[in-house]
Design a protein around this ligand. Structure first.
Ligand code: C5J
Length: 240
């Protein structure tokens, strides 16, 4: 992508400015294990339908980002088949009916390479889009994410995915400490707990943007529209 003049998104706590050439759209853990029945999220006692409202707006943002040539990066939470990267504290916590590594209806729970651990069909990575496999909640911990961003000259992150207060928050906090400017799209992040969703978003933008900015997908698409992305985004919504 050729560098363009900075774009501006109407956001909380104030306008977010970004250069598309140095910005990545990041989709955190939009995996079957979190969004579909029979996976890790449900085994922890959660109602996975709570997360599914994120899919349609995120599909529209993804289509628009691809149309204007924005860098797109996906992450997946998961562990090696021999569980050597799984701390006992994570394995044993949570009182799950199915633990990480157990066999479930979509394969071994949260294990790399299993059907359930992969990204949902609606948001499947396109060829060439990096997919970062991470053993933790944050995208930087024990991964190549930071190197991928540096190699591409990325300084701003538009963050989406699940769950808002866990992997999205951890990643935004890690990114903020490393100097990245983060915009979180409020309807493209989801939580199993409506009150956590509200408070987690407030926490990002509080204190003058202590961790970053918050905007809706519509506000972000409005900003991208000057690059000609609006038609693509509308057709993605119509098709979904
Ligand atoms: C969780 C995540 N919630 N991707 N993972 O365990 O947020």
């Amino acid at each position: 992508m050729t560098p363009t003049a900075p774009l501006t998104v109407s956001a909380r706590p104030y306008e977010y400015t970004f250069d598309p050439a140095t910005t990545a759209l990041v989709l955190i853990d939009m995996q079957r294990d979190f969004l579909e029945p029979g996976g890790f999220g449900e085994s922890l006692g959660n109602d996975v339908s709570q997360l599914r409202s994120t899919i349609e707006p995120l599909a529209a943002v993804l289509a628009a980002a691809r149309a204007v040539g924005l860098t797109v990066i996906h992450t997946r939470e998961g562990h090696l088949p021999d569980l050597s990267d799984l701390p006992p504290a994570k394995l044993n916590r949570g009182g799950a009916t199915l633990k990480i590594g157990d066999g479930g209806p979509k394969g071994r729970i949260l294990i790399r390479g299993e059907y359930g651990q992969d990204i949902i069909d609606e948001l499947a990575p396109a060829e060439g889009e990096p997919v970062i496999d991470k053993p933790g909640k944050g995208a930087f911990y024990a991964t190549e994410f930071g190197d991928v961003l540096k190699a591409r000259g990325i300084t701003s992150l538009v963050v989406t995915g699940v769950t808002t207060e866990v992997c999205v928050h951890t990643t935004v906090r890690e990114a903020n400490d490393r100097g990245y400017e983060c915009l979180v799209l409020s309807d493209c992040v989801g939580s199993y707990f409506p009150e956590f969703q509200r408070v987690a978003l407030e926490m990002i933008a509080a204190q003058g943007g202590i961790f970053g900015w918050v905007a809706s997908s519509e506000q972000f698409l409005d900003a991208l529209a000057v690059l000609g992305a609006s038609a693509v985004a509308s057709s993605a919504v119509a098709a979904s």
